[in-house]
Design a binder for this molecule. Structure first.
Ligand code: ZN
Ligand code: FE
Ligand code: FE
Length: 272
């Protein structure tokens, strides 16, 4: 009988992405101390051109990423350490995503959308000035959800990251937001992929986990599985507010979370 909480933290980063601190083995030690069931790494994917932006590993660094994760696995044999990647999805970049998927024996791939146009990573604080006025907010939300829905539908990924990321700075269109959520949830049901509760939102201006309770209720109703992730960019962020996230999951009707090995999903009960 395993007495560890039936919960994994699959969304974590490494210093290779240039905006995270701490070595993978420190993240694993933290996960072990917290009694998490598993931990996995999902650093920002490399791009074909290294000057794409300044917040991801270079392509030539990918073997170092694998090495760091495998070192952490060897150092802590008593907790499963999984290998993943947070892959930025773009229209027309499907072939690159497929190529990345072949580059290692991944346990899972996390699909994520930060860019809504070339050079326009809408969650980057340096573009905060672009969020002025309801029309701008609505336009950003619409673009994001259209691309996100294609990311979900692509079938390239196992887990879909931070669903309502455009609320990060606290900007939301007025009124009913379900029209943004519905297509993504429908696509997830069809593609048989899962969403994450990402607790990083609690560390941002919005002070709310991604996604909203309403989104989670709709996803649960559609039968879409769930993982709970910290999106840790430092060892002490591993498992951040997982108690609150489990409460949120239960409130939305979830009683299970997903585990991944070699891109195969299993479901386990959320313990009290
Ligand atoms: Zn990051
Ligand atoms: Fe992300
Ligand atoms: Fe991330």
């Amino acid at each position: 009988m395993d007495s560890r909480p039936a919960i994994a933290d699959y969304h974590t980063h490494t210093p290779l992405c240039q905006h995270a601190t701490g070595e993978p083995h420190e993240y694993v030690r933290r996960a072990f101390e917290l009694g998490l069931r598993e931990i996995g790494f999902s650093d920002h994917s490399p791009m074909p051109a290294d000057d794409f932006d300044d917040w991801r590993m270079k392509l030539e660094e990918f073997p170092i990423y694998l090495e760091k994760v495998s070192k952490a696995q060897n150092k802590y044999p008593n907790i499963p350490v999984k290998l993943g990647l947070e892959v930025d999805f773009f229209d027309g970049e499907e072939a690159w995503c497929e190529k990345l998927a072949e580059m290692a024996d991944f346990d899972y791939l996390i699909g994520s959308v930060h860019y809504i146009a070339p050079g326009w990573d809408m969650d980057n604080p340096k573009w905060i000035g672009r969020w002025k006025g309801q029309a701008a907010v609505e336009e950003i939300w619409s673009s994001y959800w259209e691309i996100y829905t294609r990311c979900v539908a692509s079938g390239l990924f196992d887990i879909l990251a931070h669903p309502d990321l455009p609320k990060k700075f606290g900007f939301r269109p007025e009124g009913d937001l379900r029209k943004y959520y519905e297509p993504a949830i429908e696509a997830a049901a069809k593609a048989d992929v899962c969403f994450e509760i990402n607790t990083a939102g609690w560390r941002k201006e919005v002070k709310e986990a991604y996604p909203s309770l309403e989104f989670l209720r709709m996803a649960n109703k559609a039968g879409i599985p769930l993982v709970i992730s910290s999106d840790a960019h430092a060892p002490d962020e591993v498992g951040h507010r997982f108690g609150d996230a489990m409460t949120l999951a239960r409130e939305a009707g979830y009683s299970q979370t997903a585990l991944f090995s070699k891109r195969q999903r299993t479901l386990i009960d959320l313990l009290e």
